[in-house]
Design a protein around this ligand. Structure first.
Ligand code: NI
Length: 177
């Protein structure tokens, strides 16, 4: 397994609509495993393929936060087919927006349909953190970041800070020639 590079905002790959996976292949399974390893190493509780620079509809999630008993989900072409009427608010972060957090309101429960790594169709009913995380990751497949759910004022503050951090990183790298 390989730890992949995580793309951070602003980057065009994070704003692209990801393409559906047509055939589940060995490459798909390898990518899902690498994404999972990258997520655990970060550490994070969810990761979508665009975050590793691959514009395909793949996500991995594990909200168990328990190294002894991991509960990973690998989802191909995930689709939310039902949402609850009631919402919940959770302070979200994102590996592509490092060190920034904001409260995001989303449906409290969702039903998600997806293909597993064997290409078999599955349905999962999720609530709590799992529901939040799945919605956050599926957003990534639409080019949507959690900051797109908050006020433009708060969003612009975060994005400006990220752009500044990225420029500083590039300048530091340039000095190391
Ligand atoms: Ni994210």
């Amino acid at each position: 397994m390989t730890i992949l590079k995580i793309y951070t905002a602003p980057d065009p790959v994070l704003k692209k609509i990801a393409a559906p996976v047509v055939t589940v292949t060995h490459e798909t399974r390898t990518l899902l495993n690498d994404m999972l390893e990258t997520m655990y190493a970060a550490p994070g509780i969810g990761l979508a393929a665009p975050q590793v620079g691959v514009s395909q509809r793949l996500i991995v999630v594990d909200v168990s936060r328990d190294k002894e008993n991991p509960t990973p989900y690998k989802m191909i072409n995930p689709e939310i087919i039902a949402v609850s009427d009631d919402d919940s608010s959770y302070e979200e972060g994102c590996l592509s927006l490092p060190q920034h957090y904001a409260d995001v309101v989303r449906p409290a429960r969702v039903t998600v349909r997806y293909l597993d790594e064997n290409g078999k169709s599955n349905t999962l009913e999720a609530d709590g953190l799992l529901a939040t995380c799945i919605q956050h990751e599926i957003d990534h497949l639409e080019g949507i970041l959690f900051v797109d759910h908050i006020s433009a004022l708060k969003r612009n503050i975060i994005l400006r800070k990220l752009l500044k951090a990225k420029k500083e990183q590039q300048e530091n790298a340039a000095h190391k020639l």
